[in-house]
Design a protein around this ligand. Structure first.
Ligand code: AHM
Ligand code: MG
Length: 282
C-alpha cells in the first residue's frame, strides 16, 4: 500500500506540471461515459497508467478514461480504479480540479475498497489519504514532497451545501429537502468539481454534497468506481456517512466499470435527513 501511495505522489507532481503547462484543448474522442475528453484527460491518464503499471503491488488498473481494465503485475494484490483528472472542463476557467484513486482487494465493489486517495490541484496541491484514518498532506513545491498536515474528522453537523444535478430535473422531494437545508442556514458551495467541493466540506467540518438521481438521469452522473466509492470511503473513515438515498454506498456492487449512482456524502446529521427524505420515495 505504501508503494501505491508513493506512486500516487509522483503522479500528482507530474499531473500538476501538466495542468500548468499543457494545452487544454479538446481531443476528437469521447470517454466511456460519452464525455468529450480534453487533451489533459488523456495526458493525465497516461501519466497514471505509466506509474501504476510499474508498481509491483498493483495487479490491475481501470480508469474513467478507459473502456476496459488493464493488467498490471500478476503478483500484485491491489486493483486500482481512478479518475486521472476529475472536473477537467474547469481548467479553462482556472478552478480547482483533482485526481481520485480507489484501491481494492479481490476485485471492484464497494465492500472491497481498502483505501482511497485524492489530490486537489488548487492554489496549493493537497493529498488526502484514507485508510484507518483520514490524513491531509500538502505538496512542498520546493522539494516535490508531500508533508503531513493533520488528521481530518467531520463534525456531527455542518454548514455547507453542495447540491448537484440540474435543478429543473430534481424530484420534488429532493428539491424540498434542499430548500429546507437552505432555510436552516446552510450556505451554497458548489464549484462543479467534486474533488474541491467534497474537500471543502471535509475541511470545514461538514455539510452535505448531493448528486441525486434526476428525471433526466435517474442513476445520477457520478461513477461508482472512479468517484463515488473512493469518496464514500473517505467520508466514512472521517466519521461521516455516504449513501445513495437508501443504502450505504459501499454496500453497492457495480454493473459495469462505468456504472453511476445517485450519491450523498456528508456529516451524520445531514445524511440522516437524506435517508428520511428518500425513505418511501419513488
Ligand atoms: P468529469 O469526471 O467528467 O469531470 O465529471 C465529474 C464532475 C464532478 O467533479 C462534479 O461533481 C460533476 O461532474 C459536476 O457535474 P455538473 O456539471 O452536472 O454539476
Ligand atoms: Mg470524473
Amino acid at each position: 500500500m505504501t508503494e501505491i501511495i508513493n506512486s500516487i505522489q509522483k503522479i500528482a507532481v507530474e499531473i500538476k506540471d501538466a495542468i500548468k503547462t499543457k494545452d487544454t484543448g479538446k481531443v476528437e474522442s469521447l470517454n466511456s461515459s460519452g464525455d468529450i475528453q480534453v487533451k489533459l484527460d488523456v495526458i493525465s491518464d497516461e501519466i497514471v497508467e505509466r506509474h501504476l503499471l510499474k508498481t509491483s503491488s498493483v495487479i490491475e488498473i481501470i480508469s474513467e478514461e478507459k473502456e476496459d481494465a488493464m493488467p498490471a503485475n500478476p503478483n500484485g494484490k491491489y486493483f486500482v480504479a481512478y479518475d486521472p483528472l476529475d472536473g477537467s472542463s474547469l481548467i479553462d476557467v482556472d478552478l480547482s480540479v483533482g485526481s481520485i484513486f480507489g484501491i481494492y482487494k479481490g476485485g471492484y465493489s464497494g465492500e472491497n475498497i481498502v483505501a482511497a486517495v485524492y489530490i486537489v490541484y488548487g492554489p496549493r496541491v493537497e493529498m488526502v489519504v484514507a485508510r484507518d484514518t483520514v490524513e491531509l498532506f500538502r505538496l512542498n513545491e520546493e522539494t516535490n514532497e508531500f508533508e503531513f498536515v493533520k488528521e481530518l474528522r467531520l463534525e456531527e453537523k455542518g454548514k455547507i451545501l453542495g447540491p448537484g444535478g440540474t435543478q429543473k430535473y430534481w424530484y420534488p422531494y429532493h428539491k424540498e429537502m434542499i430548500d429546507n437545508f437552505f432555510k436552516d442556514g446552510y450556505r451554497l458551495r458548489y464549484s462543479g468539481g467534486m474533488v474541491p467541493d467534497l474537500h471543502q466540506i471535509l475541511l470545514k467540518g461538514g455539510g452535505l454534497f448531493a448528486y441525486p438521481g434526476t428525471e433526466d438521469k435517474p442513476k445520477g452522473k457520478l461513477r461508482k468506481l472512479f468517484e463515488v466509492f473512493p469518496f464514500a470511503y473517505v467520508y466514512n473513515k472521517a466519521g461521516g456517512l455516504a449513501v445513495d438515498g437508501k443504502n450505504d454506498l459501499l454496500d453497492l456492487d457495480i454493473d459495469g466499470y462505468h456504472d453511476t449512482t445517485p450519491c450523498f456524502f456528508g456529516s451524520n446529521y445531514e445524511i440522516k435527513k437524506v435517508l428520511k427524505t428518500y425513505e418511501g420515495a419513488e
